[in-house]
Ligand binder design. Structure first.
Ligand SMILES: Cc1cc2nc3c(=O)[nH]c(=O)nc-3n(C[C@H](O)[C@H](O)[C@H](O)COP(=O)(O)OP(=O)(O)OC[C@H]3O[C@@H](n4cnc5c(N)ncnc54)[C@H](O)[C@@H]3O)c2cc1C
Length: 410
């Protein structure tokens, strides 16, 4: 497999010139961080080191080896736990999270560029923080103050990871068919049901996993109006933040997904014994709205994955074309054979790939800019305008070219 080179100059061009970093830097939220093109360059250079020196080298080996289940749970591919430790020790997990939750409070624009690098270098690895980010966002916006205080610091630092448990065998695109049950039990609920395709549903890279689970309470109305959202920790968390008993939730098997065998896509069983203990997030029957917080986050990141994989494919194609010697220059009947990169039609194909990637990067990063302005602009009318752009453009980046590279996470 060819090495990965982080396209830092292309990223800087889009962020500084097209996504207008100066507008984002002027937001009061980022005053303390002193956001600037120089800070951007420093962050991208450090991220590139992690991506190229730590994550990319275990991409192929992780995919060949894959993950496995033993009686204690899912065992990660070789090198992943150490790489994850470097990732969180470097503060990368919380780069875009608010300082009050232990994050670095940097713009989504910075976060987006680093996410592109993680996904280009090693998409199996990058899926773990990606799903965690969706769970963090949902708890931040829909969880109680107590839930935020109990779960967010460790999720933002990356000491614990979060998952998104929506899909069931009969409920894929159509979530109105969700059947997982949540039975009230004192101050919590007992969850019973099965979820499938749960990305990083179980693993041994961290000591706890916080599942966000869609389920129905006993008197819930039929369809999407009867879905609620629950926090179901792998290990229960005591009020002082220490870990308690093992909860009744387990990975029972792993799906095989092309190119991401090091990402455990799990079938999860909730409540095989006396019910997994779960805590309601927000109000009962409002789960669908909260789920969209996670899904919109995931949709944007899945679009970004398309770009990241396409960038890696372009780099591999370019290196191959430089190496592969075949044929002579057009019209020459003798003389030295040349590398195929010198044939005009091969150049055309490479330039098409590059141009499509750059267009996709511009779109993704401009969305990140709108996200920053939608979240942090002091004027609520301006926030709404930027949010409208985000709502319009996220489905475009999710479905847009080069779409063959993005996977089917809704
Ligand atoms: C690698 C991977 C990771 C995943 N990770 C997670 C995760 O972490 N958490 C989680 O909860 N889920 C996860 N999923 C599941 C994912 O969200 C579902 O695969 C997705 O919702 C589609 O459901 P389905 O596979 O059952 O397809 P189906 O719903 O059976 O759809 C099959 C096809 O029919 C089309 N279709 C269905 N209904 C309609 C309609 N009404 N109109 C037009 N077309 C329609 C779909 O677009 C699709 O092309 C993951 C999936 C994959 C592949």
């Amino acid at each position: 497999m060819t090495a990965y080179f982080a396209p830092i100059r292309d990223m800087q061009f889009v962020i500084n010139e097209l996504a207008d970093l100066s507008k984002v830097a002027a937001l009061p939220t980022f005053a303390e961080q002193e956001v600037s093109p120089e800070l951007l360059e420093a962050v991208l250079e450090e991220a590139a080191k992690l991506a190229t020196e730590v994550l990319a080298p275990i991409n192929k080996s992780g995919d060949v080896q894959g993950v496995r289940i033993d009686p204690t749970g899912v065992v990660s591919a070789a090198g992943f736990t150490e790489a994850y430790r470097s990732f969180i020790d470097g503060g990368w997990n919380g780069i875009g999270s608010p300082v009050e939750h232990g994050g670095q409070g940097l713009p989504e624009l910075f976060n987006t560029a680093t996410q592109e690098m993680w996904n280009s270098a090693n998409m199996s690895f990058a899926l773990c923080p990606m799903l965690n980010a969706g769970a963090i966002e949902a708890i931040s916006r829909a969880g109680s103050a107590e839930q935020r205080a109990l779960y967010l610091p460790n999720m933002v630092s990356g000491e614990w990871t979060g998952t998104m448990n929506l899909t069931e065998p009969q409920a894929g695109s159509d979530l109105s068919a969700v059947r997982t049950r949540a039975v009230p039990h004192g101050d919590h609920y007992r969850i019973f049901g099965q979820k499938i395709f749960i990305t990083w549903g179980d693993h041994d890279m961290t000591e706890n996993t916080i599942h966000l689970v869609l389920a129905r309470t006993p008197d819930a109305p039929e369809g999407v109006k009867g879905i609620s959202l629950f926090i179901v920790p792998k290990f229960l968390v005591n009020p002082d933040g220490s870990l308690g008993a093992r909860n009744d939730v387990h990975a029972v098997s792993i799906e095989h997904k092309l190119g991401i065998h090091a990402s455990p896509t799990c079938v999860m069983a909730f409540g095989d014994r006396d019910g997994a203990i779960g805590y309601l997030v927000g109000e009962e029957n409002k789960g669908l709205a909260y789920m969209f917080i996670m899904m919109n986050e995931a949709r944007f990141k899945v679009g970004l994955q398309g770009l990241a994989i396409a960038e890696r494919a372009y780099q591999a194609a370019r290196e191959y074309a430089k190496d592969r010697v075949q044929g002579r220059p057009a019209g020459a009947k003798s003389g030295d054979r040349i590398a195929i990169i010198h044939h005009p039609d091969v150049r055309r194909m490479l330039m098409t790939m590059k141009a499509q990637n750059e267009a996709m990067r511009a779109l993704a990063y401009v969305i990140a800019m709108h996200l920053d302005l939608a979240r942090h602009h002091p004027d609520s009318a301006i926030r709404q305008t930027h949010q409208a752009r985000v709502d319009l453009l996220i489905p475009v980046v999710k479905a847009g070219p080069p779409k063959s590279a993005s996977k089917s996470l809704r």
